[in-house]
Design a protein around this ligand. Structure first.
Ligand code: 5GP
Ligand code: ZN
Length: 114
């Protein structure tokens, strides 16, 4: 997609603080972190949201989840616990329509989320 912010970050056309890269995924720190660890994991291929990613049916959703866990391990939050969030659609607060997993950790998480 030509006019997609996260496609541009995935293509390294826009800078980001990259923490992990695999052949099909990229993980980078959120520009407005909500926790000590707040990393976004995207597939390099454009899919608008989690539903579209799941429908791709080619293992890409697995790759995103595996990268999310590797990020948590890398930031040292995997044993204490962390949260993986896909805001899906406007009512859930999705603002960037290139699917991304938020990996949040390093502080106590409240439930239910707001
Ligand atoms: P959403 O609201 O779609 O679930 O999450 C979008 C996230 O992208 C937000 O947490 C926001 O802070 C982050 N974000 C928006 N623009 C940029 C950017 O240019 N760079 C980075 N690293 N994060 C961004
Ligand atoms: Zn995109």
């Amino acid at each position: 997609m030509t006019d997609c912010l996260f496609c541009k970050i995935a293509a390294k056309e826009i800078p980001a603080e990259i923490v992990l890269e695999t052949d099909r995924t990229l993980a980078f720190r959120d520009i407005n972190p909500q926790a000590p660890t707040h990393v976004l994991v995207v597939p390099k291929e454009h899919h608008a949201d989690a539903a579209a990613l799941a429908a791709a049916d080619d293992g890409l959703a697995d790759d995103v989840l595996k990268t999310a866990h590797a990020v948590a391990q890398g930031d040292g939050v995997s044993e204490a616990g962390y949260r993986v969030v896909f805001n899906t659609g406007p009512a859930a607060g999705q603002t960037v329509f290139h699917v991304h997993a938020h990996v949040l950790g390093g502080r106590e998480m409240r439930w239910p989320p707001g």
